[in-house]
Design a protein. Structure first.
Length: 148
């Protein structure tokens, strides 16, 4: 009996690298954003009042709060996000999507969706793509941070 899990994980990791590389390249060329920056902005857009604490953002993006701080800094300089202090606890701050950031998210999402379709169009049917989406969704169903 062979272990099918190892090749599945190896293929998944390789595919992740290719997808992130290609999407980041297109998003950077068109909008000046990496894929991870766009995802951060999309999580803010989806959040109530378009704001999340760094810890909440880190949970959504499966990274550390310090990584979120490093990712948010250049976005803040560009005016895409701002900071908001909690009214009840001054130690707690939020990353807030600005109107400029909101507009960029809308524009970049359209590029992201167009680019996403190019990964499959010449090799997969719509049913196969739907099946892959369902399988990957089952893999991550209980994790925080869904954008779907």
């Amino acid at each position: 009996m062979t272990n099918q899990a190892f090749p599945a994980i190896a293929h998944l990791l390789r595919a992740h690298t290719v997808v992130e590389e290609r999407l980041s390249g297109e998003l950077s060329a068109v909008h000046g954003l990496s894929l991870k920056e766009l995802l951060l902005l999309m999580f803010l857009e989806k959040a109530p009042a378009s704001r999340l604490s760094r810890v909440e953002l880190a949970r959504c993006m499966h990274t550390s709060a310090s990584t979120i701080t490093r990712q948010a800094a250049p976005l803040e300089k560009r005016g895409l996000v701002g900071r908001d202090v909690d009214a009840r606890d001054a130690r707690l701050s939020y990353v807030v999507l600005t109107p400029t950031g909101q507009q960029l998210v809308e524009d970049a999402r359209a590029t992201f969706e167009r680019s996403s379709s190019t990964f499959f169009r010449d090799r997969w049917t719509d049913d196969e793509i739907a099946g892959l989406s369902e399988l990957l969704g089952r893999l991550t169903v209980s994790l925080p941070g869904s954008l779907i």
